[in-house]
Design a binder for this molecule. Structure first.
Ligand SMILES: [Mg+2]
Length: 200
């Protein structure tokens, strides 16, 4: 039997926020040419592609100077709080510790968190960002740090993410359970997922 679930940790991009939709909106606004748009979306690989290649392509095609912080800020501008999802997360947090483990820069990730209203539900010290922790997914260290910070055993903690190389391998090697989602969560899918993981 699975141990009781004491904590749920989430990935941020494309798990709690629809980063892909926001990214595509930024691309559509920046580039008029359809081929450029689709090429750049491919190079981006849902945020997992080589960043220097993406930024070089961006500048080469007249999108202007681009870097991690600028892109995160542009994405954050297009995020809006999903009130139902926030209510769902609040519900989960009544019976479990809830946190975020994400790879990326400190300023950019926290900008996105705030834009999506997640800072209203998940306390700042329950957020582990690779640039702040000095370790990044899929290394087990960042997951262990988060579990220790929440005071829970990894075996009683679930990680939810969208990118198997980071979000399955990492938590598994830290001794956590994991679930992979195809697209960013809404309230209904969050509730179902927690129900499934909570049932003995
Ligand atoms: Mg992700």
């Amino acid at each position: 039997m699975l141990p009781m679930l004491d904590a749920v940790l989430f990935d941020l991009d494309n798990t709690l926020i629809d980063r892909e939709r926001a990214f595509r909106a930024v691309v559509a606004e920046t580039f008029a040419d359809a081929t450029t748009r689709s090429d750049i979306t491919r190079v981006d690989e849902r945020g997992q592609g080589d960043r220097s290649a993406l930024f070089a392509y961006w500048e080469l095609h007249g999108g202007g100077r681009m870097d991690h912080a600028t892109l995160a800020a542009k994405i954050a501008e297009r995020l809006v709080p999903d009130e139902q999802l926030l209510a769902g997360l609040r519900m989960v947090s009544r019976s479990k510790k809830v946190g975020i483990v994400t790879n990326g820069g400190s300023v950019g990730q926290r900008l996105k968190l705030r834009a999506a209203g997640l800072d209203q539900v998940i306390p700042g010290d329950h957020v582990w960002i690779s640039a702040e922790t000095g370790c990044a997914k899929p290394a087990p260290a960042i997951f262990r740090q988060a579990c220790a910070g929440l005071g829970v055993a990894p075996a009683a903690a679930l990680y939810v993410g969208d990118h198997p190389p980071h979000d399955a391998t990492g938590p598994a090697s830290a001794g956590m359970r994991f679930r992979i989602v195809e697209t960013s969560l809404d309230a209904e899918r969050l509730a179902r997922l927690i129900r499934e993981e909570d049932s003995p």
